[in-house]
Structures are given as C-alpha cells and as structure tokens.
Ligand binder design. Structure first.
Ligand SMILES: [Fe+2]
Ligand SMILES: [Fe+2]
Length: 177
C-alpha cells in the first residue's frame, strides 16, 4: 500500500518535528476512530447485500468473509497499538526508562505492528482480487460498484495512517533508544 510522493512529503513536513504524543493523538483521532466507522459501514453494506440476495450467492459470501477477515485483523492490530504500544511510547518520550522493559523492549512490539501492516496489505489484495474476478459478473455488479467505492475510501485513509506509523512514528521511536 504505497502513498504518493507528494503526500509523503506533506506528512513528513507536518510530523517530523512534532512530539510523539501529539502524533499518536492525531493517529487515534484522525485514523483509528474513522477507520472503525468506515469498516463497520463496509461490513454492514455487504452483510445487507448477502441477506437481500435471493439465491445463495457464493460470490457475496466470499466477499463477506474476506471483509470480516480484514476487520478482525485491523481490530486486533488497533487494540495492540491503543492498549500497549502507544501508551508505552508516550511513557518513553516522557523519560520513563522502565517503559521499554515490558514486552522485552520497544523493538518487539514495533516488529509485530510492522508485520500486522503487511498482513493488512494482504487483506486488501484479497479484496481487490475479488473485485477483479467479478468484473463481468452481472449478478453482483451493483454491490461491486459500491463495495469498491467504500474500499477505496478506507484504503486512501489507511495509506496515510500506515505511512505516519511506518515512516514517521516507528523510526522516531527506534531513534529514542
Ligand atoms: Fe494505527
Ligand atoms: Fe498500525
């Protein structure tokens, strides 16, 4: 999931010198909360389409399960950041030297988060593959168009979100040690 160069520059200029606590609060407000809403909207939309489909539609059922997989991965990932990593970073930045003793050092949770991000990318690839495979399937065309619109909105925001973490927050945390 790559962000275009102009956006990367804009984010770097905005966040490279801010405090980590301020950046974390921005990520939580501007990305974590909106992502939960966007995901719920996507899940509800496809869930309704599955219910409304007259026949047992394997195509929609497979889309529904792919979305549930994405939701679960993002939910667990966000909980780890919100409950473990972000509070730990705030304590480190505030000078609490014991903060990184937990979890065997800050490197470990950072590595897990980076791995989660790659897993989230794989979920998106799976969802795009579904859309590609059903490009000429007229039985799901209406659902496919709206699904893709919602997916693109979610993805556009996640690109910014993950760039703030992967390219700004996590490297700056590593540099603290
Ligand atoms: Fe995040
Ligand atoms: Fe993340």
């Amino acid at each position: 999931m790559d962000l275009n160069a102009a956006e990367q520059k804009r984010i770097e200029a905005e966040w490279s010198a801010a405090s980590l606590a301020t950046l974390i609060d921005d990520i939580l407000e501007e990305h974590h909360e909106p992502t939960k809403k966007k995901l719920a909207e996507l899940k509800n939309f496809v869930g309704e389409a599955v219910k409304e489909s007259t026949s047992t539609c394997d195509s929609l059922t497979s889309l529904d399960s792919a979305i549930r997989g994405l939701m679960m991965t993002i939910k667990m990932h966000a909980e780890k950041e919100e409950n473990v990593l972000f509070p730990m970073i705030k304590r480190l930045e505030a000078g609490d030297s014991r903060a990184d003793e937990f979890c065997g050092g800050i490197e470990n949770p950072l590595r897990v988060m980076e791995k989660d991000h790659r897993e989230i990318d794989l979920h998106f690839e799976r969802l795009h593959r579904w859309a590609e495979q059903h490009r000429s399937d007229r039985t799901v065309e209406k659902v496919r168009v709206i699904f893709l619109k919602l997916l693109h909105q979610l993805e556009a925001d996640l690109k910014i979100h993950m760039y703030k973490e992967d390219a700004i927050l996590f490297p700056r945390v590593k540099a603290l040690g």
